[in-house]
Design a protein. Structure first.
Length: 479
């Protein structure tokens, strides 16, 4: 029988463990970007080191399906070889293995008689040496940038990267953080080799981010690849977003209406007060709150909502809402209305009172990868049952999973803002189900986002069900 999760009447309260929908292609491009070689073989010992190196590379290839990062050694004494690989943090095990295999072949071709070498592929790098470099931060590397196009607002991707640089060092199981902003066109990542300490990871990322600022900040796409860490920004999708990723999605929606020029400063001051209030009060009130700021014709209305599995964590909810508030002012400058969805939260404001009214303008995102009819039918059945269950729950959400086979499972979560009545919540979720069932047939994941509700289905556990409280229900075993 299916397992589901619903809230109970209590203050629910809960990494960047998420996925940006509908981004990424099905065939990995194992493109060799650059290599660096040093340390010629010692006369008379080249064969011994080469034998150890071949063993090392075979071992790294064997480890790639298990983890997106690993280290190993081969041999003893002066001819001992040390090596590691790092795959982009959201690659699947198969894609990581494919990239590492290509990198291993590439490093032998690029550095055939060297005792130190590294190759950077598009989605991984592989490094070897005759000395122990594990845990030693090395920010030496190179940059690539789009030479043909610039962007009008360089601060936007740099702001996103700066946050990722702060998030990645403490992320687990990999020191990887990524962002996919669909509307703003900002796709970015920051990642360190996992042998580094948090402090060294942060130092590495800050060092190469500064190099990006010096060389490339106005380019429409750039990356810096060092031996110990990477940063990357593109205006088009490059993230793969599969199992166990730490990618966050950022989707804003802003109208064309702007604050009147004569009173814009008053509006902006009120918006600043409103967003600060929502970021502060939301985490203290079970992950949801409404607020108003200003008086008369310059009054603004707003709400904040955190995903149910982070609502128990004041810090996680506050961090998400704070980041969303900052992005709102960047992505919807001077607008009379705005809503922004982060992976784990949502913030919405307007100069018109909207509390209790369903926002029927939704956004649908479909994963490009396909699944079977049977898997699709079972997943839609799960989401339909969650859609029926959520409006009857005190906190207007339901989450759960469904075993499709011995090796496959689908996961779903639906949630309404708590200013809605049960009937209005049901109406919003039903609209969402109608949209995704039509637009995302046989897709391995999708989501629907409106200002009043959201629905998400994936083939991996994107929420932490240990943070969802348990109540008995006739609909199944709730957690």
């Amino acid at each position: 029988s299916p397992s589901m999760a619903t809230p109970i009447l209590a203050i629910l309260s809960s990494v960047i463990l998420l996925i940006a929908c509908g981004l990424g292609a099905d065939t990995l491009s194992n493109t060799l970007l650059k290599s660096s070689c040093s340390g010629n073989s010692i006369p008379g010992s080249g064969d011994r080191f080469q034998t150890n190196l071949n063993t090392l590379l075979s071992s790294l290839e064997a480890q790639a399906p298990i983890s997106n990062f690993n280290t190993t050694t081969a041999g003893d004494g002066a001819d001992r070889s040390y090596g590691l690989y790092m795959c982009q943090g959201d690659l699947s095990s198969d894609d990581c293995r494919s990239c590492v295999q290509a990198a291993a072949a590439g490093v032998l071709q690029s550095c055939p008689s060297n005792r130190q070498g590294i190759v950077w592929d598009d989605y991984c790098h592989l490094r070897f040496s005759d000395f122990d470099f594990f845990g030693v931060m090395d920010a030496r590397g190179y940059y690539r940038k789009n030479e043909y196009a610039t962007i009008p607002n360089p601060s936007l991707p740099l702001d996103v990267l700066s946050r990722l640089v702060e998030d990645a060092p403490s992320s687990q199981p990999l020191k990887f953080a990524a962002n996919a902003s669909v509307t703003a066109g900002v796709y970015a990542l920051a990642q360190c080799t996992d042998d580094l300490s948090r402090g060294d990871c942060r130092n590495c990322l800050q060092t190469i981010l500064q190099k990006i600022k010096d060389c490339c900040s106005d380019a429409e796409g750039y990356r810096y690849l060092s031996r110990s860490c990477w940063v990357r920004y593109e205006s088009t999708p490059f993230l793969w977003n599969v199992n166990s990723t730490f990618t966050s999605i950022v989707v804003p929606r802003c109208p064309n209406d702007t604050f009147p020029a004569g009173s814009r400063s008053t509006w902006e001051a009120n918006l600043k007060v409103l967003l600060s209030s929502l970021a502060t009060s939301g985490p203290r009130s079970g992950g949801f709150n409404t607020s108003v700021a200003g008086e008369g014709s310059t009054r603004l209305y707003g709400l904040a909502l955190c995903r149910p599995d982070v609502a128990n964590s004041t810090d996680a909810c506050r961090t998400c809402l704070t980041n969303a508030s900052s992005s709102m002012t960047l992505m919807c400058p001077g607008k009379t209305y705005g809503v922004i969805w982060y992976e784990k939260c949502e913030i919405r404001y307007s100069n018109q009172r909207f509390f209790g009214v369903v926002d029927r303008v939704g956004r649908t995102f479909c994963n490009p990868r396909e699944t079977s009819q049977a898997y699709d039918a079972a997943s839609l059945d799960l989401m339909s049952r969650l859609t029926e269950a959520a409006p009857n729950q005190p906190l207007l959400y339901a989450a759960g999973s469904e075993a499709i086979s011995d090796s496959a499972k689908s996961y779903g979560l639906v949630q309404c803002t708590r200013d809605l009545s049960s009937d209005e919540c049901r109406r919003c979720l039903t609209d969402g189900m109608a949209n995704v069932s039509s637009a995302c047939k046989q897709r391995r994941g999708w989501r629907y986002l409106s200002g009043s509700c959201n629905l998400r289905y994936e083939d991996f556990a994107f929420f932490d069900d240990s943070k969802l409280l348990t109540v008995p229900s006739s609909l199944g075993e709730y957690r």
